[in-house]
Design a binder for this molecule. Structure first.
Ligand code: GLU
Length: 471
């Protein structure tokens, strides 16, 4: 039987990291077993679902490159189907109408709480409720009263729940709209899902859902409930810990593959291996290896992986993500060094693509003023001769490569009989506007010949003005 998994988010907020990890596990399990991966948007909660959240989910999946074989399906497009199944269950006596008022249910609940009993519907309408004029009934599922529901969770192991702990849950509201525990069963059944992977906040729903499968004469899928993700303080990961939406990780400058690599390890391991290529994740992942214990989010590790992948992936694969950063920061990177070259030079100097873009602004945009501290220190009259000499050397240079540029800088230092720093430091400030840039040969290489010459001239003018001011 082909493995079929699905990711079934409710579009009531962003796609957060917990959801993204669930999606990744569903996707990996399907890819590992050459099965199918389905995306289903559970938008039946009309008040809380928004088109923006749907879009954020789709964009998040796209950005993480979690491609689906079927979908996205939308539950709101399947209301006729749910109504049909509700009718079927009613006709077979497996569900019933209930006219109990909200007030009655509320009182019942209070009484049960007082008596220390778990609140639950008492079954008043189970064996023939009395229609109340003007009241539209809900539909309740007739949950078995005896026995146990048993299932073997692929993460948690064997689980058994006694049916007397489960009450007759509402499957359709008075306006006919279906409820979560019901739609999820109809969908997983219709979509032939074989393995449900989801957060363990749903584990209490599973026995109820299994009973509905059984009432429908359907074979329940297998289940794997994955533990939640905690913040570094041990509390459930939330806004407080930083990013809410996976798309915020894009803004922060993470590569989608770095986040995937990070998330796959958050709750799953293969020996002590930390770094996984996409193909390795597919080859090695198994839902059965997922840890039962909650895992804590660790930015240091994510940063480390991000840098690793910025350095390791082919620069051409990193470049489009860097291009996104430039655009996002409003930097026009169309005239200047190739993004691949930038990635090669900058990857081991920064942790994120955002830093990379910010620190590379100077390769595309001219600056109006020099950093005051750096200029004070390095753009002094003593720098005039080295800057003039290097300008001459660079003007005539035929080949503009890091190696030839390194030779040129060394040549000038030798000719003037000064240390490399005496040439390189003022040159760096001239080119970058500050004292921070990649090595001088790489900086020259990326700034390019024309811009380098213009900037050195500007620095010489600055020195002249300064010298005049001091006279
Ligand atoms: N829609 C549910 C949620 O977003 C998930 C349902 C499921 O995976 O069964 O929490």
């Amino acid at each position: 039987m082909t493995t079929r998994t699905r990711f079934a988010p409710s579009p009531t907020g962003f796609l957060h990291v917990g959801g993204a990890r669930t999606a990744l596990y569903c996707w990996l399990q399907a890819r590992h077993e050459q099965g199918d991966f389905i995306l289903r948007i559970e938008d039946t909660d009309l008040e809380r679902s928004t088109p923006e959240s749907v879009q954020a989910i789709l964009d998040g999946m796209d950005w993480l490159e979690l491609d689906y074989d079927e979908g996205p399906f939308y539950q709101t497009k399947r209301f006729d189907r749910y109504a049909e199944v509700v009718d079927q269950l009613l006709a077979e006596g497996k569900a019933y109408h209930c006219w109990c008022s909200k007030e009655r249910i509320e009182k019942l609940r209070e009484k049960q709480m007082e008596e220390g009993i778990k609140p639950r519907y008492d079954g008043k309408c189970r064996d023939g409720g009395e229609p109340v004029p003007g009241v539209k009934p809900v539909v309740r599922f007739r949950n078995p009263r005896e026995g146990h529901v048993r299932f073997d969770d692929r993460v948690r192991g064997p689980i058994a729940i006694s049916n007397d702990e489960l009450d007759d849950l509402v499957i359709a509201r008075p306006d006919g709209s279906p409820t979560y525990n019901f739609t999820v069963v109809v969908d997983d059944w219709d979509m032939k899902v074989t393995l449900v992977i989801r957060g363990d906040d749903h584990i209490n729903n599973t026995p109820r859902q299994i009973n509905i499968y059984e009432a429908l004469g359907a074979k329940p899928p297998e289940f794997a409930h994955v533990p939640m993700i905690l913040g570094d303080d041990g509390a459930r990961l939330s806004k407080r810990h930083g990013a809410v939406s996976v798309l915020q990780y894009r803004e922060m400058g993470y590569l989608p593959h770095a986040l995937n690599n990070y998330l796959v390890r958050l709750g799953w391991s293969h020996g002590d291996q930390e770094v996984f290529s996409r193909q390795e994740m597919i080859d090695l992942f198994s839902i059965d290896g997922v840890n039962r214990k909650a895992a804590a989010f660790d930015y240091d590790k994510l940063n480390w992986l991000n840098q690793h992948w910025m350095k390791t992936l082919p620069p051409a694969d990193v470049a489009p993500h860097l291009a996104w950063q430039f655009e996002h920061l409003g930097i026009d990177a169309s005239q200047g060094p190739a993004l691949e070259d930038l990635v090669t030079v900058q990857a081991d100097r920064v942790k994120t693509l955002k830093e990379m873009a910010e620190q590379s602004r100077m390769f595309y945009e001219d600056f109006d003023s020099f950093d005051a501290g750096a200029a004070k220190k390095h753009l002094r009259p003593v720098a005039e001769a080295p800057l003039r000499a290097i300008r001459e050397a660079l003007r005539d240079l035929q080949s503009w490569t890091p190696a030839s540029l390194d030779d040129a800088v060394r040549g000038v230092a030798a000719e003037l009989e000064v240390g490399m720093g005496k040439v390189a430091q003022p040159l760096r400030v001239a080119l970058a506007g500050s004292g921070v840039s990649p090595s001088i040969d790489k900086t020259l290489w990326l700034v390019g010949q024309e811009r380098s010459l213009a900037r050195i001239t500007k620095a010489l003018e600055y020195i002249a003005v300064r010298a005049a001011g001091q006279d």
